[in-house]
Design a protein around this ligand. Structure first.
Ligand SMILES: Nc1ncnc2c1ncn2[C@@H]1O[C@H](COP(=O)(O)OP(=O)(O)OP(=O)(O)O)[C@@H](O)[C@H]1O
Length: 388
C-alpha cells in the first residue's frame, strides 16, 4: 500500500478477506482448551483400534462449537486413516437419505450415484470403505435440533450407532451439536437409542468480552493490513459482540466497517464506520428480539426508546411515573414488562443510585423505536390508554 491518505482503487484494506468468511477455519482456537481436550479424549480409543465415544455439545450461537469440531476433524483427517470424521450440517441435510449421502461423500471422497440407490447400498459402500481401512467412523450432527424438528433424530442416531451390528464395522461415535439450550438431546433419544448412546455433555459458555476481543484481534491481525482498525474501535466492536453474546457479530462488524472505509477510499476505519456497520449488522437481531414481545411489552419499549431519544431520565421509577400519564399500568405489570425486555436482550437494567434501576437500551434508540413501533402509537395526551 502507498502512504498517501487515500486508497487507490486497486488497493484494499484486507490482507486476507477469507478470514472474515463464515466458512473460514481459524488456525488457532482460543479459550476452548477444555472442550478440545474432552473431544480428543473421546476420539482416543478409536485411534487405538477401538470405538470413539459420543458427545452432546451445547452452547448458545457463536460460542465456537462448529469451529472446535471442524478443527479437530481436520487434524484427525490429516494425521490418521484409522478414524474417519464426517461432518453433517443438519440445517441442510435432515433426512436419513441426505445425511447418509453426506457421510458417504466424506468417507469415500466422492458423491454416491444420484438415482436408483437404496439407502442400504449407500450404507454398504460406507461400511466397505471403513472395513478396508479398519477405520472407525465419527459423525458430527451439527445443529441436530433440526433433526428433532424433522422427526429424524432417533432414526438417524439409531442407524449410525448400530451400523456395526449389520455391517461388521467398529461402533461409530456421534457428536450431536445444538445451540437450542431448551433442548436436551439425550432426553430426546428413545430407549433403543439410549442403550447405545452414552454421550458426554460438553458445554460451550458464551465468551467474555476479553475473550471476544482476543479472538477478534487475532482475526484482525490475519485479515487486515496494520493500523486499519484503531484499537479503541476494536474495543467497541468487542463490547457490542459481547452484548450480543456472539463473536460472529464482532467478525461481521469488523468486515462491514472496513468495507465502508474502503468504499470511501480511506485507509483507516472511523467511528462512523463502526456506527453504520453496527446498525446494519444488529438490525436483524433487534427485529427478531422485538418480534417475540407481547403487545404491551412492545408499547412500553417504544415509549422507552422515545424517552431515550428525548434525553429524559432513564431511572426505572421515573419511567414508570411518566408512563402513567400515557400508558397506565400497575407497578407489577410494568416490572414484568421491563424484565421481559431485559430477558429479550433489548435493555439492560443497571443498578442505579436511589431510584431503583436504570434502563439502558442496548441498541440505538431510533432503531428500537422503528423495530417495535406499535400499530397505533400511544397518544401522548390521552390518559385512557391501557397497556394490554
Ligand atoms: N475460540 C475461537 N477462536 C477463533 N475463532 C472462533 C472461536 N470461536 C468462534 N470463532 C469464530 O466465530 C464464528 C462462530 O463460531 P461457530 O460457528 O463455531 O459457533 P457455533 O457455536 O457453532 O455457532 P452456532 O450455534 O450458531 O452454529 C466463526 O467464524 C468462528 O471462526
Amino acid at each position: 500500500m502507498t502512504h498517501s491518505s487515500l486508497l487507490r482503487s486497486d488497493e484494499t484494506l484486507f490482507r486476507d478477506p477469507e478470514v472474515f468468511e463464515f466458512t473460514y477455519l481459524p488456525g488457532e482456537i482460543h479459550h476452548r482448551d477444555a472442550q478440545v481436550r474432552e473431544l480428543a479424549f473421546l476420539l482416543r480409543p478409536a485411534l487405538r483400534g477401538g470405538s470413539a465415544g459420543s458427545a452432546v455439545l451445547r452452547g448458545p450461537p457463536g460460542t465456537g462449537k462448529t469451529t472446535t469440531v471442524r478443527r479437530i476433524f481436520r487434524e484427525v483427517a490429516e494425521t490418521t486413516r484409522r478414524v474417519v470424521p464426517a461432518y453433517v450440517n443438519c440445517l441442510h441435510d435432515r433426512t436419513p437419505s441426505a445425511v447418509y449421502r453426506c457421510i458417504f461423500e466424506q468417507v469415500l471422497g466422492h458423491a454416491p450415484p444420484t438415482t436408483g440407490r437404496h439407502l442400504d447400498e449407500i450404507k454398504r459402500g460406507v461400511a466397505a470403505r471403513l472395513r478396508e481401512h479398519d477405520a472407525a467412523l465419527v459423525v458430527c450432527l451439527d445443529d441436530a435440533n433440526y433433526l428433532t424438528a424433522a422427526g429424524t433424530f432417533n432414526t438417524l442416531l439409531y442407524q449410525i450407532l448400530r451400523l456395526y451390528e449389520k455391517w461388521d464395522v467398529r461402533k461409530a461415535g456421534v457428536f450431536a451439536v445444538t445451540s437450542d439450550l431448551a433442548l436436551n438431546l439425550y432426553a430426546e433419544a428413545d430407549a433403543s437409542v439410549r442403550s447405545v448412546f452414552h454421550p458426554t455433555e460438553i458445554n460451550f459458555p458464551p465468551y467474555t468480552r476479553t475473550e471476544i476481543r482476543e479472538i477478534l484481534a487475532d482475526r484482525v491481525r490475519q485479515g487486515l493490513y496494520p493500523r486499519v482498525l484503531p484499537k479503541p474501535l476494536l474495543d467497541r466492536i468487542a463490547a457490542i459482540a459481547a452484548g450480543e453474546q456472539d463473536v460472529r457479530v464482532g467478525i461481521d462488524l469488523v468486515r462491514a466497517a472496513c468495507l465502508r472505509a474502503e468504499k470511501d477510499g480511506r485507509r483507516r476505519v472511523s467511528p462512523g464506520d463502526v456506527t453504520a456497520a453496527t446498525r446494519a449488522v444488529t438490525a436483524p437481531a433487534l427485529r427478531n428480539r422485538a418480534a417475540g414481545l407481547s403487545t404491551g411489552e412492545r408499547a412500553l419499549l417504544w415509549w422507552i426508546a422515545e424517552r431515550s431519544r428525548d434525553g429524559a431520565d432513564m431511572a426505572s421509577g421515573a419511567i414508570f411515573e411518566a408512563a402513567q400519564e400515557y400508558l397506565p399500568v400497575g407497578k407489577t405489570t410494568y416490572h414484568e414488562h421491563l424484565n421481559a425486555l431485559a430477558n429479550a436482550g433489548i435493555v439492560d437494567l443497571v443498578p442505579g443510585t436511589g431510584r431503583g434501576r436504570e434502563v439502558r437500551l442496548r441498541y440505538d434508540a431510533g432503531d428500537v423505536a422503528t423495530a417495535c413501533k406499535p400499530r397505533t402509537q400511544p397518544a401522548k395526551s390521552r390518559t385512557d390508554h391501557e397497556l394490554p
